[in-house]
Design a protein around this ligand. Structure first.
Ligand code: NI
Length: 168
């Protein structure tokens, strides 16, 4: 396993639409292992492959917080149902460090994806899981959470991150 570099705005790769995965093989599992390690080190609770510069439809997540680790893997995820009810929640992103703002999204979604072993799974997500999977799936379309904010807030966020990067 190895740590990968997390790309931050305005890196153009973050705007790319990720490609579907053809095969869940050892090469893909090695990428997912690296992504998980990178996410834990950051630390973060979710990471899409495009955030480490690999535009493939792959997401890793761990929402266990203080509990024992509970790594989750989502390959070619699709939202097959969304609730009409929406819920505002403060979000952040490893690609937009130190910026937090509220985004309104469907409160519940039903998703279908391939897991670490390439098996098809369908499940319903709510609460933090629903927020996180929708945020990560946006990354697969080249969309960041700041793209849901006003243009002014988005521009301020990018400016602030650029300034941090220059200072580092
Ligand atoms: Ni993100």
């Amino acid at each position: 396993m190895a740590l990968r570099e997390i790309r931050v705005v305005p890196d153009p790769v973050l705007k790319q639409k990720s490609l579907r995965v053809d095969a869940v093989d050892d090469e893909l599992r090695a990428l997912m292992d690296d992504m998980l390690e990178t996410m834990y080190a950051a630390p973060g609770i979710g990471l899409a492959a495009v955030q480490v510069g690999v535009p493939k439809r792959v997401i890793v997540m761990d929402l266990s917080r203080d509990e024992p680790n509970d790594p989750r893997y989502f390959i070619n995820p699709e939202i097959i149902w969304r609730s009409e009810e929406t819920h505002p929640q403060e979000e952040g992103c490893l690609s937009v460090p130190d910026i937090y703002d509220e985004v309104e999204r469907p409160a519940k979604v039903r998703i279908r994806y391939l897991n670490y072993h390439g098996e098809t799974v369908e499940e319903e997500a709510e609460g933090l899981f629903a927020v996180c999977i929708q945020h990560e799936m946006d990354h697969l379309e080249g969309v960041l959470f700041i793209d849901h904010l006003s243009r002014l807030k988005r521009e301020q966020a990018v400016k602030k991150v650029k300034k941090q990067v220059r200072a580092a």
